[in-house]
Design a protein around this ligand. Sequence first.
Ligand code: C5P
Length: 220
Amino acid sequence: GKPLVVAIDGPSGSGKSSVSKEVARRLKLAYLDTGAMYRALTWYCLKTGVDLNDGAVVEQAAEDLPLEISTSPNHEYVAVGGVDITEDIREPRISSSVSAIATTMGARNELIRRQRELIDQHHHRMVVEGRDITTVVAPNAEIRMLLTASEEARLRRRGIQLGGTQSKEELAAQVIQRDAKDSTVVNFTRAADGVVTLDSSDLDFEQTVDTALEIVAKVI
Ligand code: C5P
């Protein structure tokens, strides 16, 4: 088929992952969760005792990272050195350290290189989600979208996702702090030129997916 890269950026709790996966299924495209790559690198650095604040060492770890990641929207799988870490990378200890990795430019460049390689391998037929896909990884994507939601909606969704065991304050601190740290290197709070904003604050999951598919349909 013709190239169809659907680039979707957004903050945590915007519903980005579930929406992106469903869009990929409906369009029969491959799917790449770039956040999972940053999480896998964080897991690897913690595992091997790398100092997260030492940029040169983190960059080397990124280059060495023996990463395997599923590109099917129907099968979530992330492994490092053959160890399945699909579940582990969602742990709070990873979420709270990932921004330190993501703000290391050398590590970013290596992961961006791998992301572009994966897009090439899938003949540019892929939904790619993250924070810098519309602006850096795939600025020439056929479709570029920023999925946003109000802070209230994002906190509510993250809370449900984590099982509702955390206090509102704890959640807010985690989600908002991570976004604040991340936005020092990637701008995912405002849409870049040519990027369509999809505000999902008042939409349910189905409505958000339908709106995203309408945006795609207008272009293809
Ligand atoms: O999407 P998710 O919340 O799993 O992303 C985890 C982290 O990975 C983000 O908080 C951010 O630090 C980093 N990230 C990034 N650029 C991307 C995707 C994720 O910096 N394209």
